[in-house]
Design a protein around this ligand. Structure first.
Ligand SMILES: NC(=O)c1ccc[n+]([C@@H]2O[C@H](COP(=O)([O-])OP(=O)(O)OC[C@H]3O[C@@H](n4cnc5c(N)ncnc54)[C@H](OP(=O)(O)O)[C@@H]3O)[C@@H](O)[C@H]2O)c1
Length: 236
């Protein structure tokens, strides 16, 4: 999938994991990368004629429709854009749940629907960047965890729906990554370039679920063996 013929679209491409994904796709010989961002001026960082800037706020349904029309040749769509607001289930602003659902779940759902015909026609792949907290919640990131669990369910539902159509669907479950989003998280963090490489390797290998760093792999294995043990570990 990430071979020389890849025509990819990455949301939230201007910084963090999204920017690293664009750089990795280019390094691997992608033919074109639609770099989607809310502010296209922030995409000036890519000095490569294969990068096509695309204005895309994933909460804007009209922009999603326009992006799908513009990028009909796409073979790989990566829903990477994400929003995180902290707080426990008892003290977080409940409206923050709605805001995170809009970016982390509803946007990717609209994007999957908007790009479905092109992905089928091009026999492509859809990848959703989720989180280990989509497997078990971190109590201090309660509503973010809810949104990522919902996005994980959406990913599995899409996988079932696309089955047999020639479109592969990939769920990506990173642990802490060294980006702006995790700047206040006091844990070991994996560089975004390492995570981006592991994501593209996983997609190329046809992995349904991708755990792109050491912490993620531990959580993934633990969750598969005993989900409640991971829940207790995150709560501790
Ligand atoms: N960092 C971690 O530890 C970690 C761990 C697990 C999963 N993840 C997930 O990885 C993905 C990338 O996160 P990151 O760490 O690279 O975070 P980041 O550096 O904070 O970047 C977030 C990206 O999402 C974009 N974005 C936010 N809301 C958007 C919207 N409404 N429409 C379009 N783009 C929007 C941001 O654009 P602006 O520049 O315009 O704000 C930015 O490009 C997210 O889905 C995140 O949940 C991150």
């Amino acid at each position: 999938m990430t071979n020389i013929n890849t025509i990819a679209l990455v949301t939230g491409a201007n910084r963090g994991i999204g920017r690293a994904l664009v750089e990795a796709l280019l390094a691997r010989g992608a033919r074109r990368v639609y770099a989607a961002a809310r502010d296209i001026d922030s995409l000036g960082v890519f000095a490569d004629p294969r990068v096509v800037p695309l204005a895309l706020d994933v909460t804007d349904a009209a922009q999603i429709t326009a992006a799908a029309a513009r990028a009909a040749d796409v073979t790989l769509v990566i829903n990477n854009a994400g929003a995180l607001e902290g707080g426990t289930a008892l003290d977080a602003d409940v409206d923050s749940l709605d805001r995170q659902l809009q970016v982390n779940v509803i946007g990717p759902a609209r994007i999957a629907q908007a790009f479905a015909a092109s992905l089928k026609a091009n026999q492509g792949a859809l990848a959703n960047v989720l989180s280990v907290v989509g497997r078990a919640p971190m109590p201090g990131l309660a509503f973010y965890s809810v949104s990522k669990a919902a996005a994980a369910s959406l990913t599995a539902a899409l996988r079932g729906t696309f089955a047999g159509s020639g479109v592969s669907v990939h769920g990506i479950f990173p642990g802490p990554v060294d980006t702006d989003m995790a700047k206040d998280i006091d844990m070991d963090k994996t560089p975004p370039a390492v995570v981006a490489a592991a994501i593209l390797d996983g997609i190329a290998a046809g992995a349904a679920d991708i755990y792109p760093d050491a912490m993620a792999q531990m959580v993934g294995a633990g969750w598969a063996a005993d989900p409640l043990a991971i829940e207790r570990q995150f709560a501790a």
